[in-house]
Write a protein that binds this ligand. Sequence first.
Ligand SMILES: [Fe+2]
Length: 463
Amino acid sequence: MARPTPIDMAHHPHLSGLFAPQREEVDVRGLEIVGELPDDLHGSYLRNGPNPRFDPIGSYVYPIDGDGMVHRVELTDGTARYTNRFVRTPNVLAEEKAGRALWSGLTDPYFPPAEEVGPDLANTIRELPDINVIRHGGRLLALAEAAPPYALGSDLETLGRETFDGALPVGLTAHPKVDPRTGEMVSFCYVLDAPYLTWSVIGADGTVTRGPTPVDGADRPLMIHDMALTERYVVLILAPFVFELGRIFTGASPLDWQPELGVRIALIPRDGSAIQWHTTDAFWVWHTANAFDLPDGSVAVDYVEWQYPGGLVDSADPNPSALRRAVIGRNGITRTTLHERNIEFPRVDDRRLTETHRVVATVGESGATELPPGDADALFWFDVAAGTESVWLGGSLAPGEPAYLPSSNGGPGYWGTIATDRNDLTSWFLVFPAEDPASGPLTRVRLPIRVPAGLHGAWIPAS
Ligand SMILES: [Fe+2]
């Protein structure tokens, strides 16, 4: 197996421009603040994203490939500080020793031999804790897709692979959900062999209270990126994106879109009783916003629906997205459109998870100008109760996923995100008032280095 050749980064849409990797690691206090920091906002905004440590070889499949880099904007007493660090997996450490990329991308069948990476790492694939970052049970975790997360220290330094004292050896989803009432973190994890899918629970104190529990009825290996949680149920949407590993040896993706299979939704009672399965026609979902129980015993889940996994499936078919609501219950699945916009990264106030919510914040395209793949120029806030939206047009600023930033004194709170200017590649942390986000950012914190377009983040209130 020949070592793959370097990728032409300058011409790869997800390795250049707003997406170009950032290799500098800094820790800078006293950042320039345009406007004023609200005096009821104390804490840190953290965000993870794919950021290859060295120029990639072979293939680069956004958003799955790339090493993790965690960025943190800390707001305290009217001042702002920025810190960023690579998530240093054994792969990143081995590549730093070699001074170049040793592992290829996910769709390239190259597994570095012992002569290149030593016996422990020989014939392994790259670990990718580059999708999300969350704090729970005393741990700060950089999360991968269906793999063990990495624990980070207070300076964002990498502490190591986290298996929860061996109780969760296979890992977590990148999108576990924390129940604000119980403090429990509920997760799932898919694997390529039977039982294909398990779920688990980590108590508020960080101890695993339910180890990997098979999801009875899962019958094949599927990519499932996100989940939802209600007071009673874990909600898993199984779209027909099937792992067929043999395909990589023909140069194809290991994932095959098989819409004829339709979508299956599992309602998994959190009390461990029998799982309910429901089916509907095929669609794709990366992300849910939230879910909640309805009085008649059914479940509502709000999510961003796509026709198919665009970017990962070759198709010329249109692939608009929309914020939709699926109601799942005795009468099957009913899907309705809440808002039609080309959007992603839906978020609610995390304190509303498992309960009804009013506002879903998303990032997306205004339609005003033609944007490169994966780029965005607007934030949208949908009031799902009133059926109205608030829009902020970023102009040259490309915003990332918004997160809700609660007020420290019970006020209406804020939304925050990192945005990068397409014209001069400066990056900013923006704070929007939750009561009127369309009025635009009331605070702009100038970040000392460019933050590449990335994935998911979290707000961690000051303790
Ligand atoms: Fe995600």
